[in-house]
Design a protein around this ligand. Structure first.
Ligand SMILES: Cc1ncc(COP(=O)(O)O)c(C=O)c1O
Length: 444
């Protein structure tokens, strides 16, 4: 069969026998992939793409990192599975390493196999530990697709599983470009935090177990909060005896130029949930890192949690290798350094393109927000009414230029692997710069 014939066969079989997530099934357009290396991947017809989004903000060490592959192979040869009541060297060493790189109040982890599972178990941790059941989370947030994690998520996908789990209360986000309180970032009084305090009173502080927030909001639009936002939320939690949980599934492991997004503001949450970059996504792995107080609480109490794949040796081997790669190859630092380059380039692009209403970025985590007019800030497409044509066209034009990234609503996301060089970064940004001339034509 020709390459083209084989590709068609694979895509057809995939469509016929398997589901694609978040898609009307008949409209899913999967590309059959063959291989990857560093910041690039190849489809089965030999086309090369620069991966400007680390697949799903998750291959932080790039594609096919040789040290991660070697660690997986070594573990597979020794022991590919151990039931969770046993332990292994990779499980012990990865847990110890995570205690080292997380804020110093976090001392112990529960391993899971992904982001949603981590948040599910974090919900159980905060409820069991505090004996309280309400949780405050934010509207423009995504915490995973399982029932509890989806209930926690405020974004529209939540409505499809409702009624969700009881006790979740949502509040607005620090989306300064479209502030719910009609303020401007430079001059506001953190009304979004004052409002959380108001909600705490309405709901009764004695019934609230925790506040859950993404370290930096990811798929809902990369909201980099003002420097005083996270410290103010921490203070609120301290004032009312509420636990603070940072979901670092997307913003963790160097994505923002620090190990975890909260490190940018020196905030110590009581729990961090993680996945994606934890194993560089070479194998599924997540974790819930908890404070010493929570760890001690469970020392002589039953932990009512369990997963067959808790501490899976293959995943832990991948995780241990990935975290060592970030540490030993200076990738957290590279993310910060390349993040500055990205920010400077985006500022120049904003001068050239009237369609850029705002760009937001921290480390290698960025988004361009496209508008019809800078004064009105009207989104360039009426995405709420399902208008997607222009954004689809921009996506296709980027693919034609060999650059793959994630576009949704009126946003173009940028999150290349942390190994990205300045040359590769500029290659991706140049393609975006080029296709933005199409967006500029829609400016009023
Ligand atoms: C912030 C955040 N939390 C949780 C999740 C869910 O992770 P998973 O898809 O591994 O369940 C995601 C996924 O994108 C995420 O971005």
């Amino acid at each position: 069969m020709s390459d083209e014939g084989l590709t068609r066969d694979i895509v057809n079989k995939s469509h016929k026998y398997n589901f694609f997530s978040w898609a009307v099934q008949s409209q899913a357009k999967p590309i059959a992939l063959e291989s990857g290396e560093g910041c690039y991947f190849w489809d089965m017809e030999g086309n090369r793409y620069l991966d400007f989004i680390s697949q799903l903000m998750c291959t932080n060490a790039g594609h096919q990192h040789p040290k991660i592959i070697a660690a997986i192979k070594e573990q597979a040869d020794k022991l590919y599975f151990a039931a969770p009541k046993f332990t292994t060297q990779v499980r012990a060493e990865l847990a110890e390493l995570l205690a080292e790189i997380t804020p110093d109040n976090l001392t112990k982890v529960l391993f899971t196999l992904g982001g949603a599972e981590s948040n599910e178990n974090a919900i159980k941790f905060v409820r069991h530990y505090t004996g309280k059941f309400k949780i405050i989370a934010r509207y423009r947030a995504y915490h995973g697709a399982t029932h509890g994690a989806m209930s926690l998520s405020g974004d529209i996908r939540r409505t499809k599983i409702e009624p969700g789990i009881p006790g979740i209360v949502h509040v607005p986000d620090p989306y300064c470009y479209r502030c719910s309180f009609h303020q401007e970032r430079e001059t506001c009084n953190l009304e979004c935090v004052s409002y959380i305090e108001e909600v705490i009173h309405y709901e009764d502080p004695d019934s609230i177990a925790a506040i859950f927030m993404e370290g930096v909001t990811g798929s809902n639009g990369i909201f980099v909060p003002r420097d005083d936002y996270w410290p103010a939320v921490r203070s609120l939690c301290d004032k009312y005896n509420i636990l603070l949980v940072s979901d670092e599934v997307m913003s963790g492991f160097g994505r923002t130029g620090e190990w975890f997004a909260v490190d940018n503001w020196d905030v110590k949450p009581d729990i961090i949930t993680m996945a994606k970059g934890l194993s560089g996504s070479a194998l599924p792995l997540g974790a819930v890192a908890v404070s010493n107080e929570i760890a001690e609480y469970f020392w002589d109490r039953m932990l009512w949690m369990g997963l067959t794949y808790n501490g899976h040796p293959m995943s832990c081997a991948a995780g241990l290798a990935a975290v060592k790669v970030y540490r030993d190859e200076g990738l957290i630092e590279n993310s910060g350094k390349m993040g500055q380059v990205m920010k400077a380039e985006l500022a120049k692009m904003q001068d050239r393109h009237p369609s850029i209403g705002e760009f937001r970025s921290i480390g290698l985590f960025g988004v361009i927000e496209l508008v019809k007019h800078r004064d009105t800030r009207e989104p360039i497409v009426d995405w709420m009414s399902g208008e997607t044509e222009l954004m689809n066209r921009l996506y296709q034009e980027l693919m034609k230029r060999g650059v793959y990234t994630f576009l949704t609503r009126n946003w173009i996301f940028m999150a290349p692997p942390l190994i990205v060089t300045e040359k590769e970064l500029k290659e991706g940004l140049a393609a975006i710069d080029d296709v933005l001339s199409i967006a500029d034509k829609a400016v009023k």
